[in-house]
Ligand binder design. Structure first.
Ligand code: HEC
Length: 197
């Protein structure tokens, strides 16, 4: 009785004390908690990933959002898909969802959005050399088009977070048809393996 009495009074001694903890893990999570100082030199609990870490499922894009990056992408990138009539049809569908409201169904530059900031959407088939690097829209390579989807340009926002890699390349192939090219012709010359995603 005396022992039980002592335990009872000891437990009540400090109103802040949780008393005897049988299994501390039930009360205190072994995981790092937010807003707790774990005595890192900068006092931040949330640690930065080591430099060069790549998030799971993320594929880095090697070309920076600059004119140099655009030029290099234009020279070096080529469509990794094994293109077929079907992929171009899929590209058309994607184009109609993601691009046509500004660029127009036929890529002539007159989409359904009429706000003044989208007043100068160029036609893909335009031959005037007034684009980046003194190029005409019709002269943009598949790499230039892909790079533009990644980063956008002025009033056109970046689309990299909206469209998956495979789908971006299908759109590129469809845009080439709007430039007046036939992406399937090149396919006959250098066939490739399909990337799966
Ligand atoms: C919100 C409207 C908008 C959407 C959506 C949009 N674009 Fe654009 N796009 C523009 C405008 C405006 C320009 C001209 C930018 C400039 O020259 O300042 C442009 C320019 C371009 C160019 C030319 C880039 C260059 O180097 O000159 C390409 C290629 C292009 N868009 C492709 C696409 C594709 C493919 C999509 C769909 C994935 C798309 N755009 C979606 C508005 C849009």
């Amino acid at each position: 009785m005396a022992a039980i009495g002592t335990m009872f009074f000891v437990a009540c001694d400090d109103p802040q004390s949780p008393g005897l903890e049988y299994m501390p893990d039930m009360y205190r999570s072994p995981a790092i908690e937010t807003y707790v100082d774990y005595e890192f030199p900068d006092s931040s609990t949330s640690r930065k990933a080591p430099e060069g870490s790549i998030p799971r499922g993320y594929k880095p894009y090697a070309y920076p959002n600059s004119n140099e990056g655009y030029e290099l992408a234009g020279q070096q990138l080529s469509n990794p898909l094994m293109l077929t009539e079907k992929s171009i049809k899929e590209g058309k569908k994607l184009y109609e969802s993601f691009c046509a409201h500004c660029h127009g169904k036929k890529g002539l530059g007159a989409g359904s959005i009429t706000n003044a900031i989208y007043g100068a959407v160029p036609s893909y088939a335009d031959n005037t050399p007034n684009r980046r690097g003194n190029r005409a829209m019709s002269a943009l390579t598949e790499g230039h088009i892909y790079h533009t989807i990644m980063f956008g340009l002025n009033a056109m926002g970046p689309h990299s977070s909206l469209i998956r890699e495979n789908d971006r390349w299908k759109i590129v192939a469809y845009v080439q048809t709007l430039q007046g090219k036939d992406p399937l012709v090149k396919e006959m010359e250098e066939p490739k393996a399909e990337i799966t995603e």
